[in-house]
Design a protein around this ligand. Structure first.
Ligand code: A2H
Length: 210
């Protein structure tokens, strides 16, 4: 058994205008948060996107019209795959931190919700994917507990400047009914294992095995 290349899909979540003052220089372009996922078939159930508050992001030109907000490492990976305007050396037209991305309204093409918001989570790894993650609390225990944390902890919301309207209206979207788990498999597994927060790392690792 060797190491196999793994297909990973990028989900383009369009940042909806009007842009915030920080993003104003990008006006007129199509700006996307691009997120790497192994489970593109679950995207109907997206309720939000995740960004790392202290993470470093940039706005990279992908073609004549599209700009991706991702980490520099991800932009470099795309450039190596010729998926960038400037081969091999991605040019960052705007330095951003995760804090600048919290609360951006997004349109994700496959999502049931017409508008979703980007929200803070502390478990994003900066050397993996694009630094943005799609959130599907129905299917991912990580996403379920992180969203639950924000919903149940007003102090956590205010710490990151998260408005109630970006979080509270978004419910787990049922669809696929797995006989043993029902139609909200991640929620069931989190309840069964009594996972109470995104910091319950051991229990979350257990949850993902089932
Ligand atoms: B998956 P890969 Cl429904 N840091 O997407 C932490 N996690 C990251 C990440 C990062 N920088 N980049 C991507 N991921 C997550 C959907 C999903 C995912 C479901 C169920 C399981 C699952 C919705 N979240 O992953 O870069 C993303 O979450 C279980 C591990 O493609 C991505 O797929 O290798 C997965 O990790 C793998 O990221």
């Amino acid at each position: 058994e060797g190491v196999q290349p793994q297909d990973c899909v990028l989900i383009k979540m369009e940042v909806l205008p009007p842009f915030t003052p920080k993003l104003k220089v990008l006006e007129g372009r199509k700006v996307y948060l691009a997120a790497a996922t192994l489970r593109p078939e679950t995207m109907y159930g997206q309720t939000n996107a995740w960004v790392l508050p202290d993470g470093k992001y940039g706005a990279f030109e992908i073609n004549e019209t599209d700009v991706f907000i991702i980490t520099y490492q991800a932009a470099l990976n795309l450039a190596y795959q010729k998926l960038s305007l400037s081969p091999e050396k991605p040019t960052n037209s705007l330095e951003l931190s995760g804090h600048d991305l919290i609360g951006l309204p997004l349109r994700s093409p496959l999502a049931f919700n017409e508008i979703i918001y980007s929200l803070p989570v502390l478990t994003i790894l900066t050397d993996k994917g694009t630094g943005n993650v799609t959130s599907v609390p129905r299917d991912s225990p990580d996403d379920f507990v992180a969203l639950q944390d924000l919903k149940s902890k007003p102090a956590l919301r205010s710490k990151f400047g998260v408005k109630d309207g970006w979080v509270l209206p978004f419910e787990v979207i049922p669809i696929i009914n797995i006989p043993e788990f029902g139609d909200k498999s991640a929620e069931k597994v989190c309840v069964d294992l009594k996972i109470r927060s995104q910091n319950d790392k051991e229990k979350l690792a257990e949850a993902k095995k089932s």
